[in-house]
Design a protein around this ligand. Sequence first.
Ligand code: NAD
Ligand code: WQD
Length: 352
Amino acid sequence: MGSLSKGESVLVTGGAGFIGTHTVLQLLREGFRVSIVDNLDNSVEEAVDRVRALAGPDLSKNLHFHLIDLRNKEALEKIFSQTRFDAVIHFAGLKAVGESVAKPLMYYNNNLISTINLYELMGKYGCKKMVFSSSATVYGQPEKIPCVEDFELEAMNPYGRTKLFLEEIARDVHKADPDWRIILLRYFNPVGAHESGQIGEDPKGIPNNLMPYIQQVAVGRLCELNVYGHDYPTKDGSAVRDYIHVMDLADGHIAALRKLFSTENIGCVAYNLGTGYGTSVLEMVAAFEKASGKKIPIKLCPRRPGDATAVYASTEKAQKELGWRAKYGIEEMCRDQWNWASKYPYGYQRRP
Ligand code: NAD
Ligand code: WQD
């Protein structure tokens, strides 16, 4: 990917988080100026410091961090009034499915109000280019695979409903004012870490997602992995997902920005970011064992409610229109995630 930036300025919300940190690093390397807004609800400032260190002294001059909750519109407006942004990448949000079922209002409050504030201020300050973090969750329980962008959408839980609502809001924003250029990126299952092992995913508490859980078993923080479902109609009975390396995702955002800057009438358009390959839970366990040299003890358990049998992306549209495709397979995803896990078994925290 050739360098595209003319030093454009990008506001990255949620830039201290898992996908945000990896994307910010790539943006700096592409020559963008980056302002992060994050309330550190699910992240730590140390992650931003690591990004600075990886970027080096010259590029890290182009990175600014603001500890702000997006729901605090006044504080957010101050940032908009001080800096002219050419585009926004909007990662910030709560993302734990189970928690969203227990605390739906917290999810609606955080994810919807934050985003509405952001659109209002972007409109007011004339920045009408948005890349939004959507999710494969909007495909619900897909009847067919691979998932194609024009499938009917469905929400399975309050978290998924926030993504569905926010996609609809984006379409309405564009309909009301065609000057807007909006790309909705539907991520499949982001895993892995930066190849340096200096940044990676660091969930608070017991992980909900498969790969962070496996990682914590491998480093001895948890004793065994519960495999949810072994009677699915798949190759080995476990569920199938489309795992994608977080660095591929980061590059997908650069491709999306390139598209926004170069396409006048793009409108509001959705793209899948996945590899197009399905991998089962048991295959993922085997790949991580191989990469880490550690045995991952498993316990076969009943299916997790709400889980689909198999989900993977059609990658055609992103390939054709964004000129982007994933480079890495599960071997590299496990290698890089293990590199991060073995260097920092307790993530950004010190060992308790
Ligand atoms: P993350 O939790 O690591 O990062 C999100 C960041 O947003 C955190 O740093 C958090 O502190 C911040 N944040 C949350 N609410 C905020 C608010 N009101 N104001 C300011 N900052 C706020 O999550 P991630 O995995 O990097 O995910 C980024 C985005 O991608 C999210 O919108 C998520 O829903 C979406 N997504 C993630 C996955 C995944 O599996 N990781 C899959 C599909 C979509
Ligand atoms: C993958 C597979 C589990 C944990 C979720 C969200 C989705 C998106 C990505 C944000 C499933 C199995 C898991 C464990 C297991 N996030 N599993 N033992 O459910 O595909 O997607 O994250 O948008 O919205 O729903 O990912 O990593 O939770 O699960 O057996 O301890 O691993 O049952 O089959 P999922 P996941």
